[in-house]
Design a protein around this ligand. Structure first.
Ligand SMILES: Cc1cc2nc3c(=O)[nH]c(=O)nc-3n(C[C@H](O)[C@H](O)[C@H](O)COP(=O)(O)OP(=O)(O)OC[C@H]3O[C@@H](n4cnc5c(N)ncnc54)[C@H](O)[C@@H]3O)c2cc1C
Ligand SMILES: NC(=O)C1=CC=CN([C@@H]2O[C@H](COP(=O)(O)OP(=O)(O)OC[C@H]3O[C@@H](n4cnc5c(N)ncnc54)[C@H](OP(=O)(O)O)[C@@H]3O)[C@@H](O)[C@H]2O)C1
Length: 331
């Protein structure tokens, strides 16, 4: 049997690499520090239903990604989201329809990555802290000190600041990855027993602590009651308020929401806040994926490209392609 390939991170990039490698007949083993797959495409189960706190939707522009998105849609894992879209500039709210196709996992964003995970071998609640190479093979050590291996190659598919810490075996690679800054985002969910009196279902926001807001019930497959909303702060606001208590974040973003939405906003009947420390890369890159192919160490993630779901998928594909290419040349 093949010595398996370790993939650290079961977000879109890690799952994309896993699919490309298993399609080529190789064995993979995924590891994730969370209890499930999906990473920043996660959805939170709550008393008011599932809430997509990270990625809100995604677009498909690359033709390979367009093709796979179509397959996922045919499998019933995705739906198109057609919200009544608004924009807010300087406090002025206006309708902002466009023709962009936007996709979401159904019945929650994380359903897509759960479907992609399928039966792939994966170890969850396992934070990898060390990646080292023995004489012939790679081994991983987790936060409890347990070691995992042997593996023929390793793909690190986690946000850049977390990846850099795992790359001490390849100092040049580690230095490139460590140069990538990622920005935080505070996300807040609000639930109202009595629906808000507004036609807004999604809104791109400028000149506010908020960057984006979405109304859950406008998304296919979501509960219609209570009326729940997800608000994202800008990265600048999130950085400035990084250590603010969640209750204070909720109140400040609720006030910003009330100022722009153009209808009465009562106290929320439900609220929660989630802090994404590494939400998006500070700058876009055109790296696709990074590697020390002779060592057998590969790095991928949205931050190698656009900082979007599409970029994460493309980056995972590229890491797998480079691994397979190197393997072929050396066989
Ligand atoms: C608030 C927010 C809103 C967003 N909105 C959009 C949007 O509307 N549209 C869009 O296209 N994109 C959006 N994005 C970006 C999108 O979510 C990401 O581009 C994409 O999900 C990244 O996938 P990834 O696999 O590269 O990384 P991740 O999803 O971060 O996956 C990395 C995985 O690695 C795991 N991990 C990390 N360190 C370790 C370790 N040491 N050991 C084991 N496991 C580890 C994590 O638990 C995680 O599951 C948004 C992101 C956020 C945070
Ligand atoms: N919050 C986070 O941490 C994020 C991390 C990574 C990505 N984030 C957001 O994801 C969205 C995905 O971008 P894309 O796939 O390119 O989607 P688009 O819908 O095309 O949006 C891109 C960008 O364009 C502006 N925009 C698009 N449509 C409209 C419209 N109808 N009216 C007004 N503006 C529109 C908008 O940019 P602004 O700078 O104007 O707000 C969109 O952001 C994308 O939203 C990322 O921010 C979040």
């Amino acid at each position: 049997m093949n010595t398996p390939i370790a993939i650290i991170g079961s977000g879109m990039a890690g799952l994309s690499a896993a699919h490309a490698l298993t399609a080529a007949g190789l064995c993979v083993q995924l590891f994730d520090k969370s209890r499930g797959s999906g990473g920043r495409m996660a959805s939170k189960r709550s008393e008011v239903g599932d809430l997509d706190l990270g990625a809100q939707y995604f677009t498909a522009r690359d033709r390979h990604f367009v093709d796979i998105v179509q397959q996922w849609q045919e499998n019933g894992w995705l739906a198109e989201w057609k919200p009544a879209l608004y924009q807010s500039h300087g406090g002025q709210l206006s309708l902002s329809p466009d023709t962009q196709l936007r996709f979401i996992g159904v019945p929650r964003m994380s359903a897509l990555t759960r479907n992609l995970l399928g039966e792939l071998p994966a170890t969850f609640a396992c934070r990898i802290t060390e990646v080292f190479r023995g004489e012939q093979h790679w081994h991983l050590v987790d936060a409890t000190g347990q070691s995992h291996g042997p593996f023929s190659k390793v793909i690190v598919a986690v946000p850049a600041p977390q990846a850099a810490a795992l790359l001490s075996a390849a100092p040049k690679l580690a230095a490139s990855v460590a140069s990538v800054a990622m920005e935080p985002v505070w996300a807040v969910a609000l639930g109202f027993d009595k629906a808000l009196d507004t036609p807004v279902e999604g809104c791109f926001v400028q000149d506010s602590p908020l960057d984006w807001l979405a109304r859950n019930r406008s998304k296919p497959g979501r509960a219609s009651r209570p009326d729940t909303w997800v608000l994202h702060a800008t990265s600048a606001w999130s950085r400035q308020h990084i250590d603010l208590a969640p209750e204070a974040v909720i109140e400040q973003l609720r006030c910003a929401f009330a100022e722009l939405i153009g209808c009465a906003v009562p106290e929320a009947d439900f609220s929660l806040a989630h802090r994404w420390l590494y939400a998006r890369p500070a700058h876009a890159h055109q790296w696709s994926a990074l590697a020390d192919a002779d060592l057998g160490l590969y790095v991928c993630g949205d931050w190698c490209l656009s900082g979007r779901v599409e970029g994460a998928w493309l980056s995972g594909q590229e890491a797998a392609r480079r691994l397979l290419e190197h393997r072929e040349h050396n066989s």
